[in-house]
Write a protein that binds this ligand. Structure first.
Ligand SMILES: [Zn+2]
Length: 397
C-alpha cells in the first residue's frame, strides 16, 4: 500500500514524495499505521516493487499482503489515469465498512470504488465486499489485471473463462451491454471485453475493445462475421459423436431416450442455438436447451399452444434438481436467465418451429422429425445455424 496514517493521525502518501531525500526526511523517526486496522506498517523498498508500506504481521481485514509488483503498479497507474478528469483518491479508507478501495472517486453520477484484482478471491469475499460498497451507496468497479484474464497476451478470443473470471462480468443498467473490464499496468490501458458466444461453460468468444480511459458505458464496434460459427459446429459434432456418451450426460441421455426414443447423439438440430443472454447460465448451451426442449416442446402436438409460464416452471424444476446451473454474477444488475429462455423461444419462432401468438403464448407449427444418422445431424446443424444467422444479420452475432 502507498497511503498510511502518521502518529498525528494525518495521512501520508508515498506518491506525493517525488524525491528520495524528501522521503527520507519525512519518514525519519516517524511511525506509520494502517488506516483500516491501525497496526504498525513497515516501509519496504525492493528491487522490483515500488516503495510501499506493508503490514508487519499479515493480519489486516482490509487488505491482503503481500501485494504483488503488478498489483502495486496497477493501482498507481489506475489512479494516474483518472487524474486529468477527476479527483481520485488512492487507497481510500471507508470507515463505515472498514474497506479500502484501491482508488475512489466521486463524480456527478455517483461514488465509485475501483478494485484492481490480481489474485484469486473467493466467491464469498467477492460478494461480501461488493455488498458492503453497495450498502454505502458506492458503485464497486471490479477490474481484473489483464494478465489474469489474457495469459501472455495471446489472442483475446476465444478465452477459457473460469467462474472467478466470470464474476467480473458487469452490467450496470439495461442500457449497458455486459462486459468484463481489465487493466494493463504496463501500457496503462483499459480493455472492455464483451462475451459474444460461449462454446461450452468456459470457452467464450469476446469482443474486446481497448481504451485509454475508463468509460461507464463502452460502445462496442459490431462484429459482422460470427467468428465462432465453425468452432461451434465442430464442437456440436464432437458433442454428438463423443460427449453425448460421457457419464455426466447419463441422466439427459436416458431422459432423451425415454421422451423421443432416440439416442442423445441424434438430438434435434434446433437444440444448441445462440441467444444473447446466454451468459446467465453456466450449463452449456446444448445441455440447457436440450432439457428445455425435451421438457416443454417436443411432446406438444402440432398446432397446440405452449405457455411461457410452464416453460419457465419446467426450467426452474431443472435448476432445483441441479440439472442446470446458473452463474453467480454479483455485478450484473439487469436481466436474468429468464431472458435467455424467452430468447430461445423466439429463436424457435425465427426458424419456423413455433409461432408467437402473444408475448407469452406460442403455437407449435411443425413437429421436428428425429434425425436418422450422425451425418444427417451434422448437416442439419449447419443448415439451421446458417439460416438463423442470416436472419440475425443486424444483431451482435
Ligand atoms: Zn491494516
Amino acid at each position: 500500500m502507498f497511503v498510511a496514517k502518521k502518529r498525528d493521525g494525518s495521512y501520508f502518501s508515498l506518491l506525493d514524495c517525488k524525491r528520495i531525500d524528501e522521503l527520507e526526511r519525512i519518514t525519519k523517526g516517524e511511525s506509520f499505521y494502517c488506516p483500516a486496522c491501525n497496526s504498525a506498517l513497515l516501509l519496504k523498498q525492493g528491487q522490483v516493487r515500488r516503495i510501499h508500506f506493508a503490514h508487519q504481521f499479515n493480519s489486516c481485514t482490509a487488505s491482503s499482503d503481500p501485494e504483488s509488483p503488478y498489483h502495486l503498479e496497477g493501482k498507481v497507474k489506475l489512479y494516474e489515469s483518472f487524474l486529468p478528469y477527476n479527483q481520485p483518491i488512492l487507497e481510500h479508507h471507508i470507515p463505515n465498512t472498514n474497506q479500502r478501495a484501491d482508488v475512489y472517486m466521486e463524480t456527478d453520477y455517483g461514488r465509485y470504488a475501483f478494485e484492481f484484482q490480481c489474485s484469486n478471491l473467493s466467491a464469498a469475499d467477492f460478494n461480501r465486499r461488493t455488498k458492503l460498497y453497495e450498502k454505502e451507496g458506492i458503485h464497486p468497479i471490479w477490474i481484473i489485471g489483464r494478465q489474469f484474464l489474457v495469459p501472455q497476451d495471446r489472442n483475446v478470443s476465444p478465452l477459457k473463462l473460469s467462474p472467478f473470471q466470470w464474476r467480473f462480468l458487469q452490467r450496470p443498467s439495461p442500457q449497458s451491454p455486459p462486459f468484463i473490464l481489465s487493466f494493463c499496468p504496463k501500457r496503462s490501458m483499459f480493455s472492455y471485453h464483451r462475451p459474444i458466444f460461449s462454446i461450452n461453460s468456459s470457452t467464450t468468444y469476446l469482443n474486446s475493445q481497448p481504451s485509454e480511459h475508463w468509460l461507464e458505458k463502452p460502445n462496442f464496434i459490431k462484429q459482422h462475421s460470427p467468428l465462432w460459427k465453425e468452432h461451434f459446429l465442430h464442437y456440436k459434432k464432437k458433442w454428438r459423436y463423443q460427449y453425448s456418451f460421457y457419464k455426466p450426460h447419463q441422466k439427459l441421455r436416458s431422459y432423451c431416450y425415454g421422451k423421443m426414443t432416440i439416442p442423445l447423439s441424434l438430438f434435434p438440430a434446433e437444440i444448441g442455438l445462440p441467444v444473447s443472454s446466454f451468459y446467465h447460465i453456466h450449463t452449456s448451451l446444448i445441455e440447457w436447451q436440450a432439457w428445455l426442449y425435451f421438457d416443454s416442446i417436443y411432446q406438444a402436438p402440432t398446432f397446440s399452444l405452449i405457455h411461457l409460464s410452464s416453460v419457465l416452471k419446467n426450467f426452474r424444476f431443472r435448476l432445483k434438481a441441479s440439472d442446470i446451473t446458473l452463474r453467480d454474477l454479483p455485478l450484473v444488475k439487469a436481466g436474468s436467465y429468464e431472458d435467455a429462455i424467452v430468447e430461445y423461444m423466439n429463436v424457435l419462432v425465427e426458424i419456423g418451429v413455433l409461432k408467437r401468438e402473444t408475448p407469452t403464448i406460442y403455437r407449435v407449427l411443425q413437429m421436428i422429425l428425429p434425425l436418422s444418422s450422425l451425418e444427417q445431424a451434422h448437416l442439419q446443424d449447419r443448415l439451421v445455424l446458417e439460416s438463423l444467422l442470416r436472419t440475425k444479420q443486424s444483431t451482435d452475432y
